[in-house]
Design a binder for this molecule. Structure first.
Ligand code: MN
Length: 195
């Protein structure tokens, strides 16, 4: 039987403080993500999904409304892993050239990303994706994820309230600034752009 286990964080739970507190990280990774994993393991027990990978579960459940619970939990596991790996403590500030060329400057990229993330109504993620030949910033609601729309994820920010509420309360814009100015793992971004 295929049982999903919690993925480890690529840094300590207090490593992103003061921009993301240890309490937020312990709740977000240790409780929210752990619950998605628990839920998915229960949902796929005794189904053909026990035999396939997380990516296959996401793809195969994505266009079947009866399987929305499976899709939501599976995609949330993937999205969170991607989000957490997209950050690091003491990251380099080397914004990849392709981003600067596409958006005009590092500042213009940040403005466009912030504008999207601020305007996302309700729960979801702001993504930088490669869509065909184009680099685009898009918002996706809830657990939606680029791979099921044939887009390649490059970077994401989780703007569900559980992602920032303990540290920033209602000030999502301040959280977005912290993410863009202090937390983005540009090496991870560059690696995704190269692949
Ligand atoms: Mn989250």
């Amino acid at each position: 039987m295929f049982t999903l286990t919690q993925f480890p964080l690529p840094y300590a739970t207090d490593a992103l403080s003061p921009y993301i507190s240890q309490e937020t990280m312990e709740t977000h990774h240790g409780k929210h993500v752990a619950t998605y994993i628990d839920n998915l393991n229960k949902l796929i027990t005794d189904t053909p999904y026990e035999q396939v990978s997380l990516m296959e579960i996401i793809q195969e459940s994505s266009d079947t409304p009866e399987q929305a619970k499976i899709f939501n939990n599976a995609a949330q596991i993937y999205n969170h892993n991607f989000f957490f790996h997209g950050m690091c403590p003491d990251c380099t500030k080397n914004i990849p050239r392709e981003i600067i060329d596409t958006f005009g400057s590092a500042e213009k990229f940040k403005e466009a990303f912030k504008s999207a993330a601020t305007s996302l109504f309700g729960s979801g993620y702001t993504w930088l994706v490669r869509d065909g030949d184009e680099l685009r910033i898009i918002n996706m609601p809830n657990a939606d994820t680029p791979m099921v729309h044939n887009m390649k994820p490059i970077l994401t920010l989780d703007v569900w309230e559980h992602s920032y509420y303990l540290d920033y309360k209602n000030k999502r814009a301040d959280f977005i600034d912290s993410f863009l100015d202090h937390l983005v793992n540009w090496d991870f971004v560059a690696e995704n752009l190269r692949q």
